[in-house]
Design a protein around this ligand. Sequence first.
Ligand code: GLN
Length: 477
Amino acid sequence: MDEFYTWTIKETAEALRSGKATPSDILESLCGRVRAVDSKLKAYVNFDESRSKKADFIKAKPLSGVPIAIKDNISTRGWETTCASKILKGYIPPYDATVVRKLKEAGAIIFAKCNMDEFAFGSSCETSCYGPTFNPWNTQCVPGGSSGGSAASVAADLAVGSLGSDTGGSIRQPAALCGVVGLKPTYGRVSRYGLIAFGSSLDQIGPFTKTVEDAAILLGVIAGHDPLDSTSAPADVPDYTQAVKKDVKGLRIGLPKEYFIKGIDPEVESAVRGAAKKLESLGAKIEEVSLPHTQYAVATYYIVATAEASSNLGRYDGVQYGLRVPSSDLVEMYMKTRCEGFGREAKRRVLLGTFVLSAGYYEAYYLKGLKVRTLIKQDFDKAFERLDVILAPTSPTPAFKVGERLDDPLAMYLSDIFTIPQNLAGIPAISIPCGFTKGGLPIGLQLMAKPFGEETLFRVAHAFERATDFHKKRPAI
Ligand code: GLN
């Protein structure tokens, strides 16, 4: 028999409901796995076995007794939340993020906080003040980022499912590099209340899971309107688990020519094209599409995202939260706290963002960036007049070596070339496993849909998953 920790959310919840396993069986098995493996991966920055014992088990709840890990930028009441930054060390939120409250109400056990790039700035999970997380498929490689800990934990069976956040790819890219399912919902689908803000017009919280059906279950629990987040949409939450039952016959799937460009890893390209063929054989119609403003997405993102980040990071002044470097002079105290508290990448973002918002440059950069953002969104609007889904690689390369891009910000920024446009447009996108390189690293397939089209994503992703077995492979860690 399988160890309990290898189970999916669905299997775990069913076993608990039928009495085949108790919550402590599941938790003990999982905690044993964490103790045995996490010293090699460093997926968790905070891990609390005792939390399991406090959880009540109520049979009627959808996630009763299911252990879920949470990215460390999502507020947990009474439990340190640091965004993997020295400046927030010791910060204990006085409230739960809405997603945390919803998970708890559904019976889930939140037992660990996941490592991440500092303030979610990065694509490799290396800028954390706790040090890097490693990829379970090859510990010389990065897990992707910024939600690297959330992705690695699910890939290595250290959590049944987890939550991350995605501002420009931070769920989908690490999901691809770790061989798990990762979904960025439509902007407004999931409340951002209690998510420590990076780029407020781009950020969304979403699930990491072992299967597509599990992602549908988890999204169903965390989605919905929240009066505490004025940008959350007042739209009903459908039963996403029904969507996975449908087939793909007659669905129109577009392959954007701007996403199959020179420089993309040939093994990634062939796996993704193979996935399109597979969906065609299942009855979908495949056609080429053009999203002509794609080439401007990375530049636009690094204007909009850094502008918002520099403004959001203004609140860390040594007075209200976490770290304070004392000084008899107030301004000097601010300066010393921010100099010591922020890492290199966070400082780079604050400088860039402050620059593009400053007098004289605001029109030239920030306002222009907003205009190009609209053009990028219009590309998608137009494509979805005809198409149900757009299919592309999630990341241009498989997992790269630890340290390889750390001193080259541009190379790091280009890791997200295929995952940034969806945040600028606010549309949902999912990454699912679609193959492996000869070296044994996972490859991710990205599917996008129009706003609130998550059901279509689940439908297509699940049809692919049913017809393949990439999601069944587990790293030998
Ligand atoms: N890698 C991108 C960045 O560094 C996206 C990060 C994210 O989605 N949080 O900004």
